[in-house]
Design a protein around this ligand. Structure first.
Ligand code: ADP
Ligand code: ADP
Length: 224
């Protein structure tokens, strides 16, 4: 297969970032996470960050016209030439359409959309225990995936933080936004024959082995 152009789809807290970490190591793909890009812009107080902050704090989506340009720029970079792993994009039908129009222009296409499914109750549990390294974006969970030393990143020693938008009130709104605006993408990609569903309630290593097996099958189909 010439390129692996993958999308990770799923509700907030489904485990997209957790799986992306493993996938990028195994398949050497750049991990393009729009949430990480936006949080960095907010921290650096760039124009993009100032535009995005109020939407993010409320758990709403940043407007399509803001995020689409950011994403297409990342996909167009040299390190994404042989493939990419999108995490957190697209989140609306117009975003999905903008992505496919852009890829088409470049003579590229999506390989697969990997949808991680987890029910709302478990999402709230996961998000309330999520802790992140604000520099690298690495994710932990106080119960399900704790760091070796409480509050400290295993790899580089950075103190872990809880995201502002991981408070219960905001999480409920993010879930409502997901069901209204992002969940319709499952149908959209299913009709295009690109959707693969995964049970995200299993342990991270199990979810990963299912995803890996699917990618291996896709690669095999390509060579037949
Ligand atoms: P997303 O990127 O989809 O928002 P994350 O990868 O950040 O999700 O995961 C959300 C939280 O749930 C994190 O605290 C993470 O450690 C934890 N988590 C991820 N995958 C699993 C899993 N399969 N089982 C239990 N907890 C998980
Ligand atoms: P999670 O995976 O936990 O839902 P993300 O880190 O992907 O969270 O996103 C955090 C916030 O960044 C979202 O609630 C939203 O405000 C904004 N955001 C990220 N990606 C997009 C996108 N593709 N479109 C609009 N807003 C986005």
């Amino acid at each position: 297969m010439a390129e692996l152009n993958l999308i990770l789809l799923g509700p907030p807290g489904a485990g997209k970032g957790t799986q992306a970490e493993q996938l990028r190591t195994e398949f050497e793909l750049p991990h393009i996470a729009t949430g990480d890009i936006l949080r960095q812009a907010v921290a650096e107080q760039t124009e993009l960050g100032e535009l995005a902050a109020s939407y993010m704090d409320a758990g709403n989506l940043v407007p399509d016209e803001v995020i689409i340009g950011v994403l297409l720029e990342a996909v167009g970079r040299p390190d994404a030439r042989d493939g990419f792993l999108l995490d957190g994009f697209p989140r609306t039908i117009p975003q999905a359409e903008a992505l496919s129009t852009d890829l088409e222009k470049l003579g590229r296409q999506l390989t697969a959309v990997l949808m991680i499914e987890v029910d709302d109750e478990e999402i709230v549990q996961r998000i309330s225990g999520r802790r992140v390294n604000p520099v690298s974006g690495r994710v932990y969970h106080v119960d399900f995936d704790p760091p070796k030393v409480e509050g400290i990143d295993d790899v580089d020693g950075t103190p872990l933080v809880q995201r502002e938008d991981d408070q219960p009130e905001t999480v409920r709104n993010r879930l409502a936004v997901y069901h209204a605006q992002t969940a319709p993408l499952a149908d959209y990609y299913e009709k295009l024959g690109l959707l693969h569903r995964f049970d995200g309630s299993a342990a991270p290593s199990e979810v990963f082995s299912h995803i890996r097996a699917t990618i291996a099958t896709l690669k095999l189909e390509e060579t037949i």
